[in-house]
Design a binder for this molecule. Structure first.
Ligand code: 0L1
Ligand code: MG
Length: 265
């Protein structure tokens, strides 16, 4: 573990991120002020953010793996995935209307979500372990929202900003993981009736369960396990698509049905 920030710095930077997230204003990337910040520092800030939200009554419902596809890594100019936490306040029902008022740069990703029925822990968690511990999988839409000015960020800052997590919507048709081929799951993503992205789930580290295993191993490094009953988003299959008020998006999956959401002011 490589940490360069003092506890005071972690708390101060966490307050900065929390303000940007809860009041929707942009902040410069954290590494401008702390160029030596490490991924471990980023996770220390993220853990402090999670502690604060949970102490305010938010419920932890699961986790997300981010930057898990080559397309996303290239789009963002990074070469490693990341993880972030998910709370009940970020969850929205399918077909709902999500206001962008509390968001800065909302963008949408199509993902496959896993719901677990047994605890998973690292180190050495594998995709096979994940499939064994999975109750069902379902399609999901993630709405990410980087809080950094002009999308200028690096992985250290993104980790501190909880992997740009903002909102998510699960829905469609839940399936047992062994009943479908999770590696070749096709998805077509439409915005306002036009196809804007399409892809196959192998884009997520070759198999989305690998992304969940990676997430469990990162959790281990943070001293955490993934409890049974967790909702885990495995990462965007395609590039993220920007949305604005009035937009309607629908992600259609080969064997998992579809999930849609509309955006308002
Ligand atoms: O869910 C994700 O792939 C995280 C993306 C983090 C960077 C961004 O804001 O695009
Ligand atoms: Mg995502």
């Amino acid at each position: 573990m490589t940490r360069t920030l003092s506890r005071e710095d972690v708390v101060r930077l966490c307050e900065r991120v929390e303000g940007a997230q809860t009041r929707a204003y942009a902040i410069p990337k954290l590494t401008n002020e702390y160029p030596d910040m490490t991924f471990d520092d980023g996770y220390a800030i993220q853990s402090e953010l999670r502690r604060r939200f949970l102490s305010q009554g938010h419920k932890l419902v699961g986790w997300k793996a981010g930057l898990t596809s080559k397309a996303k890594m290239e789009q963002m100019g990074v070469d490693e995935p990341s993880i972030g936490f998910l709370t009940d306040k970020m969850a929205h029902p399918e077909n709902s209307v999500i206001s962008v008022a509390g968001l800065l740069h909302p963008r949408v990703e199509c993902e496959i979500a896993f719901v677990t029925k047994a605890e998973l822990s690292g180190p050495g968690c594998t995709a096979a372990d994940v499939l064994e511990a999975t109750d069902y999988v379902l399609p999901a839409i993630e709405i990410i929202d980087s809080r950094f000015t002009g999308f200028s960020f690096d992985l250290e800052s993104v980790i501190a900003d909880n992997g740009s997590s903002a909102r998510f919507v699960g829905g469609g048709r839940a399936r047992f993981p062994n009943d479908i081929d999770l590696r070749t799951q096709g998805v077509v993503f439409e915005k306002n009736g036009e196809i804007v992205q399409m892809g196959a789930s192998a884009a997520v580290l070759g198999h989305p369960a690998k992304a969940v295993a990676m997430l469990v191993n990162i959790l281990h490094n943070l001293g955490e396990v993934l409890p049974a009953g967790s909702f885990v988003m495995s990462g965007g299959i395609t590039e993220a698509v920007a949305v604005k008020p009035g937009d309607h998006v629908i992600a259609r999956y080969q064997d998992l049905g579809s999930v849609s959401v509309r955006f308002s002011e």
